[in-house]
Write a protein that binds this ligand. Structure first.
Ligand code: ADP
Length: 388
């Protein structure tokens, strides 16, 4: 193990002397025989003040009593409580300042006598760093807690605001329905009267048609607002019936024709027989398909096709695809939220409740509604209903 040319006594002394940790050697009564330079630096005594003193001089009062009883018990029983084991203790400097340190005690025999070596590692800086870390952690925890609370308050507020919005809109919608119905019936009466008296000009007829179309549009929007309330109060009636897939799609197609843009083809790709009979709620299915297809048309430009693929697997699936503006990734998690509209959709008119209702309807029918989308590439919505 040792190189022969290594002069052990001088070399070892130099090693101990230059060790960063404090090294103290005592006899079996605890009298200090040797201290290295680090001990002098750490404790603030000079060597003469320590040599011949009891080791207790480097310990706080409380610890020095325990220390003596440990030593005595070790010397008489040979049972080590401290010897050979490192542990964290407090040490005392010349100026009486206490500081944390790691103490490793070992013993050795020399010429028939027992001696003890204590290696003392100053823990102050480490402990300070730990404390700072703990403080930082606590600070961070508090900050996270505070932010979470703020977020909860904000979420609550936004939820309350949405609730308020729903309530207000439902209330207003109910109020608007009656005057709207009056506008519609009066317009129809004006038309009827004009036709009977033969006084209805083409221009007047064009305007009465426009009034009727606008009233219908407004009525549909009001109906959506009212539907939110119905959904929240579980008041949506599901009326199951048998109907032909083809009839459903024909109705969808004719209703959509007014919304299609120039050269905007609506392609229906039946991967099932058109004569297949579906058992579901016709009106709810119609609502979901109309919402998805209106959106596909609304959020894509002219000349780009909108396709519906109807697939039969364990369930019927309607795949509605467009090549429009798509939905930004960051908005995708919220797309079914009440009143939510993606950032890139703000230039197009809408209320942000169609999809919210559509998904609730799909689920009421025992199916589901989900999507994939890429901004500026297009969207693919899938509406499924069970096969019964
Ligand atoms: P609205 O169409 O009235 O805004 P919806 O609830 O139907 O409300 O849709 C919510 C939002 O989802 C839209 O505002 C839009 O941001 C996004 N979206 C829905 N369908 C599409 C689509 N096909 N392409 C791009 N964005 C869509």
């Amino acid at each position: 193990m040792l190189n022969q040319q290594f002069d052990t006594s001088t070399a070892f002394r130099a090693v101990i002397e230059t060790t960063i940790d404090s090294v103290v050697v005592t006899d079996d009564r605890g009298l200090i025989l040797y201290v290295n330079q680090s001990t002098i630096d750490l404790f603030g005594y000079n060597a003469e003040e320590l040599i011949g003193e009891r080791i207790n001089i480097l310990m706080p009062e409380s610890h020095s009593r325990n220390h003596e009883s440990y030593m005595n018990s070790y010397l008489t029983t040979g049972q080590a409580k401290v010897i050979g084991i490192g542990r964290k203790v407090e040490a005392k400097k010349k100026n009486q300042e206490l500081f944390p340190c790691w103490l490793s005690l070992t013993d050795f025999q020399f010429e028939g006598k027992t001696y003890f070596t204590g290696v003392i590692k100053d823990y102050s800086a480490l402990e300070k760093a730990y404390q700072e870390l703990a403080d930082l952690n606590q600070n961070l925890e508090q900050k996270v807690k505070l932010k979470t609370q703020e977020l909860e308050v904000a979420l609550n507020k936004s939820e309350q605001l949405n609730e308020l919005k729903s309530k207000f809109l439902t209330l207003a919608s109910h109020e608007f329905k009656t005057p709207l119905a009056t506008i519609l019936s009066s317009t129809i009466l004006v038309e009827k009267h004009g036709r009977k008296e033969n006084t209805l000009s083409n221009a007047q007829q064009k305007h009465t048609q426009r009034i009727k179309r606008s009233v219908h549009l407004l009525d549909e929007i009001l109906e959506e607002f009212i539907n939110i309330e119905r959904i929240e109060q579980n008041r949506i009636d599901v009326t199951m019936s048998h109907f032909l897939l083809k009839d459903l799609m024909d109705d969808v197609q004719s209703l959509l024709s007014v919304q299609q843009k120039e050269n905007q083809e609506l392609e229906i790709d039946y991967q099932v027989s058109q004569d297949v009979s579906i058992q579901s709620d016709y009106h709810l299915c119609m609502y979901v398909l109309m919402n998805l297809l209106s959106n596909a048309i609304k959020f894509s430009v002219k000349d780009t096709p909108v396709t519906i693929e109807i697939v039969e697997a364990n369930q019927y699936e309607f795949h509605i695809k467009d090549q429009g503006i798509g939905i930004p990734k960051g908005d995708q998690d919220h797309i079914f939220d009440r009143f939510f509209r993606a950032d890139n959709a703000k230039a197009v008119s809408g209320t942000g409740i169609g999809l919210h209702i559509a998904r609730q309807y799909a689920q009421l029918l025992g199916g589901d509604l989900w999507f994939e989308s890429e901004e500026n590439q297009g969207s693919h919505f899938i509406f499924s209903i069970p096969k019964v």
